[in-house]
Write a protein that binds this ligand. Structure first.
Ligand code: SIN
Length: 275
């Protein structure tokens, strides 16, 4: 197995087939995952059964509360955009399931049908972004907690419900919030990570909305810089595996009139401790 880091965020893993890897490969892959936060793979043969098997070798699967799953297996979520749809899933920076008390460990996304061009996915490294924060900003956020929610997206009149993705959604009765430290200690690497994201973080605990907004916007502008972000172009056989405790991701919606279908399996995580 060869692991080649991207300059900014993540690493590409070559000379490895996920479907047939050995236990020794798995151990090496866990180390690479902990070091880089996002792993990219090309030329994989990973049909749904092998996708599930790979995920289970890594951890326990958690099912997304809102997106429909495939007819193949309830543990595989569809990230689907039909030719006729305008809105895509995950088109803004976010972290999967940060609204849960035990946020997802990671997500494994497999390309099934791709547009001819476009539909790239961007990733950002929140451990590197934390390290690079100016000291006064680190002091301002030390000890803070933030509220993460899904109600504004999936609740009644939530943003996604008002789009042409509405038919792909369920779970309106399962909306809810969770609070997490703003700076977490990563459970495996031990690194400090800035744990807020534009998709789900609503405000800081015990702060009012406007004051929260202004500090969140400052943090988001810092993270959204090229030295922390990478851009992955999908090809048939591509797979990405990202750490939801350490990264943001966002899918481009620049392929109107074409279909894109991805299969996503999300791995269960644990509660997050303050750094
Ligand atoms: C997601 O947000 O999980 C989907 C990302 C993508 O479709 O590239």
């Amino acid at each position: 197995m060869q692991v080649s880091p991207f300059e900014s965020c993540g690493a590409i893993v070559s000379d490895l087939q996920l479907a047939t890897m050995t236990d020794a490969d798995l151990t090496e892959l866990r180390t690479a995952f902990s070091q880089h936060g996002v792993l990219f793979f090309r030329d994989q043969t990973l049909p749904p059964k092998e996708h599930l098997r790979f995920a289970r070798r890594f951890g326990k699967i958690v099912v997304n509360k809102f997106f429909k799953t495939t007819t193949l297996d309830p543990e595989i979520a569809e990230v689907r955009k039909e030719k006729t749809q305008q809105t895509n899933i995950g088109g803004g920076w976010h972290t999967d399931h940060s609204y849960d008390d035990n946020p997802a460990l990671g997500s494994i996304l497999v390309a099934r049908t791709l547009p001819e061009t476009g539909g790239n996915t961007h990733f950002s490294d929140l451990a590197a972004a934390y390290d690079a924060l100016p000291e006064p900003l680190k002091k301002r956020i030390a000890g803070l907690r933030a509220v993460h929610s899904n109600t504004h997206l999936y609740g009644e009149n939530g943003l996604y419900r008002l789009t042409d993705l509405a038919d792909q959604l369920g779970g309106m009765d399962r909306v809810g919030d969770a609070t997490h430290p703003v700076v977490i200690r990563h459970p495996e690497s031990g690194r400090k990570v800035l744990y807020v994201n534009p998709g789900h973080t609503i405000q800081f605990e015990d702060w009012d909305f406007d004051r929260s907004r202004s500090l969140l916007d400052e943090l988001y502008a810092h993270v959204n810089q090229s030295q922390f972000t990478s851009n992955f172009n999908w090809l048939p056989g591509s797979v990405t595996f990202w750490d939801n405790r350490r990264t943001w991701h966002m899918a481009d919606n620049d392929y109107q009139g074409q279909m894109r279908l991805m299969h996503r399996i999300t791995l269960a995580g644990t509660g997050l401790a303050a750094a």
